[in-house]
Design a protein around this ligand. Structure first.
Ligand SMILES: Nc1ncnc2c1ncn2[C@@H]1O[C@H](COP(=O)(O)OP(=O)(O)OP(=O)(O)O)[C@@H](O)[C@H]1O
Ligand SMILES: [Mg+2]
Length: 259
């Protein structure tokens, strides 16, 4: 594993096999502070599995995941959250029967443990944070709206907001704009640009228009190997997109691209 301390996240040779099937094979990925990276690839390419391994849900067969120079492999999911990694799953998981305000409130770190809940009062510090996050996620005017009454896009934003309440240093979002309207996608791109400074973000995404609107960097790599620098960037990400979403056998299932 590299001893370079400048990366917020350093993944090396990350591999996982499920009954002999390598869902992810020797992935290398480095994410710097204040950086947004996008993982693209066809269904079943192993994108979600990468996030599962970073957040401790799945144990890799081989490889290393270093976050702020700390090895995450072997740590519990809770310890990884406490270390500063927030992860949003593919389907929104908010509390439908709680209001936006309450959803954000229960996500405030001190309110999350049993003891924390007992001792927890809604302080001005918490309210300030809720207000700030609600503005960031376009829900400042919906604080009293129950989760169940939000649109699909608003639920996705609320879940991002719930993660922001914990002030993660690394935020991982699995297909955050899936099912959103074009207007909601545009707002989400704005939201991500706004929240990237001060943390790093990894997004899994199929929507290439959305990816091209995101402030990602090049060069890219696929399955740990370097790609030629950026001709696809100049000709647009769609060229690459058609390759990676073709679903043909030309692509090993564990091939995905990192932008
Ligand atoms: N816990 C597991 N046990 C067995 N197989 C698994 C497990 N997790 C993932 N897989 C398999 O690994 C492969 C990659 O799955 P993954 O969900 O990571 O793909 P993906 O790129 O996120 O796909 P999608 O775009 O459809 O979300 C799939 O074949 C999946 O069935
Ligand atoms: Mg997935």
């Amino acid at each position: 594993m590299s001893s370079d301390t400048s990366f917020l996240l350093g993944i090396e040779d990350l591999t996982v096999s499920f009954d002999g099937f390598k869902a992810v094979d020797s992935l290398n990925l480095y994410v710097e502070s204040n950086e947004l990276r996008v993982i693209i690839g066809p269904n079943g390419a192993g994108k979600t599995t990468v996030l599962d391994m970073i957040c401790g849900k799945t144990q890799p067969t081989e490889g290393s995941v270093k976050f702020l120079n700390r090895e995450l492999v072997g740590m519990s999911e809770h310890a990884i959250v406490r270390a500063g990694v927030g992860r949003k799953f593919q389907t929104p998981s908010i509390y439908e029967n709680l209001t936006v305000l309450e959803n954000l409130e229960v996500s405030f770190p001190k309110g999350r443990s049993v003891l924390g809940c007992i001792a927890f009062t809604r302080s001005s510090e918490v309210m300030k944070r809720i207000q700030k996050v609600a503005e960031e996620i376009f829900l400042a005017d919906h604080l009293e709206t129950e989760g169940a009454h939000l649109s699909h896009g608003q639920k996705q934003w609320l879940e991002i907001g719930m993660l922001l309440m914990q002030e993660p240093k690394l935020l991982m979002l699995d297909e955050p704009v899936a099912g959103m309207s074009p207007a909601e996608r545009e707002l989400t791109a704005q939201l991500l640009k706004r929240i990237t400074p001060g943390r790093s973000i990894i997004i899994i995404e199929h929507d290439m228009e959305f990816v091209s609107a995101s402030p990602t960097r090049s060069p890219c790599s696929t399955s740990g190997k370097s790609l030629p620098k950026a001709p696809w960037m100049r000709s647009g990400i769609t060229q690459r997109s058609s390759r990676f979403t073709s679903g043909t056998d030309a692509f090993h299932r564990s091939n995905f691209a990192l932008c």
